[in-house]
Design a protein around this ligand. Sequence first.
Ligand code: GLV
Ligand code: MN
Ligand code: MN
Length: 420
Amino acid sequence: MDAKAEALAAAAAVDEARLWSRQMAMAEIGATEKGGVNRAALSDEDRRARRLMVEWAGDLGFEVATDGIANLYIRLPGRQADAAPVVTGSHLDSQPRGGRFDGAYGVVGGFEALEAIARAGVETERPIDLVAWTNEEGGRFQPGAMGSAVFAGVLSLEDQLGLVDLQGVTLEDALAETLASTPGLEQRPFGHPFAAYVEAHIEQGPRLENAGTTIGAVTGIQGLYWYTVEVRGEEAHAGTTPLKARKDALKAAAHMVHALGGLMADETDTTRFTVGRFECHPGSPATVPSRVLFTIDFRHPDPAVIARIKPNIEPVCKVNAQGCAVSIRPTIDNAPLQFDPAVIDMVEGYAARLGHSVMRMPSGAGHDAGHINHLCPTGMIFVPCERGVSHNEAENATPADLAAGARTLAACLVDLANQE
Ligand code: GLV
Ligand code: MN
Ligand code: MN
């Protein structure tokens, strides 16, 4: 068989029912009453999900490895054992009340691609690795996409260890417990070479569904910026302290959020601005709030718009501080990026050859692929999700669309793993 025929043979071995049943088995871990998933990074549920992957890998004789931030690697060997692998993957952690597919599809669908390649009897030159990146969502420990950022050298592991979740658990402790839950694995260094990276993911928006298209050949990711804003005022008695004498951290923060909404106003509805966390201390009805923490998530695809808005975020907060102290800590600073043109062409080409409708599209969501794009030729494959709903327990996708994505992925992995 030539290389293209091998790629198509691997795609043909993708089993829709097997993929769906694994997807549902994974969705039971951390399942919520409303049909979603709550699987915080480095939690018991995350550890169970990892152990399930290790078990599946063991059943097929695939080797498993990890690294210092508990990224989990599963390897389909190639003829050249020491060649840099072609890699696929995504994440197993979810939003606090997230869906069954955001992240998990890229890991479980990637596993299906590995199994299909093996069952088709295809042996590639390079190994093919599946990776489950640690803490993509950033719901428990900020920032998100942490595992891939540390792997890529964008963040240092040491700087993350002291982070604490809302219960006061440190990342260092949660990480140690997670690493201990899959003992005896080979340890890989951060930044070990990848030949190429392709991540499969649900779209998390409505474009594919609205267009009646099955596969998105993802062209790039819009810019993504996170900040944590801390506003410090002064506790005071709610019944006796005149309003003029107060330093009310909550009122100041509310003004800031309102003013940021003005800064981000956009008739074209392209700018994305979200305050997803808002904590008020001490949180007593009769005490003027002394401390507020809130997060800013700002996204845009256009560097010119980003260059106009970003430098104004801090001044807008300071101008609206109303006598309180304000400090702003950036936690994510990801410029807009374009994926590798050859990988985009390949995704588009194999989707079409496999009989799937396909269109090029950018990603509105952030992904681990964004960090890996700096290391090797990278691309992504999107499949539709129902009504575009994501970061929501109602998130849904069809078995047929998930299988179409896994077929396209299997073909791309085989083709890339046979390249020099
Ligand atoms: C990923 O979950 C994102 O927030 O874009
Ligand atoms: Mn995701
Ligand atoms: Mn997500």
